[in-house]
Ligand binder design. Structure first.
Ligand code: EPS
Length: 390
């Protein structure tokens, strides 16, 4: 399976094309809109989210609620486009229009793609960079992720993401939370946090950052439950599923690090406190006493839940900007101020769910490929049983 995305933040729409999904899988617009709405929530976002009400239009690949096996194209309209038709117009500019309508960006924001992207592509108006490097693009990654989540849920595999930390405030969570319990607590939390006490402090930290013209980052966690063992492979580096998930997590805008299970804490513990002892029982086959490795051994799922975390840096667009240089005059200036969020970690936890779901679904489809969804389902059910008789 593969997908592409296209679209600028203030252009007419965002689009994704998904290819390789089997035929006969139930899929509706509502499945996608549900996830799009989850991504739009979250304390700390700016005014843009009041403008947009993201809705998916399925343009191809689905008929009467079932996938056809052909590419699925999904678009999401940018409502804000109506305010940007001139600035982001498609047609060539006419003489004299340039200064009037272009809102040229010449003072790159430290931490954003502005300067390096401008140098790389030769864009002296760095709006040409920021329009695509904007996290608005994650909208359609969530749309693609919604399709992946649907496939997984039909195979009995559930995915849930939540916020562990914002601005240095860490949530207390059970070591192995049930996904149902996790979803109940986090779904209505303004910061998608399990711990009510931490939630209040996180919101205060976001308010403070906003007041200071600053931004704050955090840590999100995604858990995937109900997997058979052996998804991914140890035989070649580019077939290791944990590596693919790590890459997908890092590809989320502003993400700078990834860990599985105990993560970086493993460096401080002996092997006896890191590896997960193996047990066997008639009713569910091989299991582990613990899940410190976060569901992976040798790049393959162990059958225990995948537990992956990603760290998001504070958003680089600051209302009290850092020092920069105007690329026209080469004089020192403070960076451009673009409308932005003070904290997008809650939304990023939904994006993280989407990208993890995509990698897991994609690995399953690659491994048990069938043109028909019904056959894929049978194969996965069989695989879940196989581990028991080994
Ligand atoms: C973003 C800047 C803001 C965010 C945007 C990401 O957009 P705007 O400049 O239009 O106010 O709201 O995120 C979204 C639009 C979104 O849908 O998540 C940036 O610079 O990355």
């Amino acid at each position: 399976m593969r997908y592409l995305t296209s679209g600028e933040s203030h252009g007419p729409q965002l689009t994704t094309i998904i290819e390789g999904l089997p035929a006969g899988m139930p899929l509706t617009k509502e499945d996608i809109d549900f996830e799009l709405a989850r991504r739009q929530k979250g304390y700390g976002r700016g005014r843009r989210m009041q403008i947009e009400t993201d809705q998916a239009t399925i343009l191809s690949g689905v008929r009467h609620g079932l996938t056809l096996g052909s590419p699925i194209a999904i678009s999401v309209e940018n409502k804000d486009w109506t305010h940007w038709t001139k600035v982001m117009g498609i047609s060539p500019l006419e003489e004299g229009q340039e200064e009037e309508i272009k809102r040229k960006v010449t003072r790159p924001r430290p931490g954003h793609a502005d300067l390096v992207g401008g140098i790389k592509y030769g864009h002296r108006d760095m709006r040409n960079v920021l329009e695509r490097s904007s996290a608005r693009e994650t909208t359609v990654r969530v749309a693609a992720g919604a399709v992946a989540k649907k496939l997984l849920s039909l195979l009995g595999i559930e995915v849930a993401g939540h916020v562990l930390e914002i601005g240095g405030i860490r949530a207390k969570t059970p070591e192995y939370p049930s996904l149902k319990g996790l979803k109940e607590k986090t779904e209505n939390s303004p910061v998608r946090c399990y711990d009510k006490e931490a939630e209040v402090k996180m919101m205060e930290a976001i308010d403070q950052a906003k007041k200071d013209g600053d931004s704050i980052g955090g840590i999100v966690e995604v858990i995937v439950e109900g997997l058979p063992s052996g998804i991914g492979s140890y035989v070649h580096y580019d077939r290791k599923l944990d590596a693919k998930i790590a890459s997908a997590m890092i590809s989320i805008n502003a993400f700078k690090g990834v860990e599985f299970g105990l993560g970086f804490e493993m460096a401080r513990k002996p092997g006896s406190q890191v590896h997960d002892e193996i047990i066997w029982a008639e009713e569910n086959g091989y299991r582990r006493k613990t899940n410190r490795l976060g569901g992976f051994e040798g790049g393959m799922t162990t059958g225990m839940p995948i537990v992956v975390r990603g760290v998001m840096k504070p958003i680089p667009t600051l209302y009290k900007p850092l020092q920069s240089v105007d690329i026209e005059s080469k004089e020192p200036f403070t960076a451009s101020i673009e409308r932005s969020d003070s904290c997008a970690v809650p939304a990023a936890s939904v994006v993280a769910e989407a990208v993890v779901a995509w990698e897991v679904a994609s690995a399953i489809v690659n491994q048990y490929y069938s043109d028909r969804f019904s056959t894929l389902k049978e194969l996965i059910e069989q695989e879940k049983l196989n581990g028991r008789s080994f």
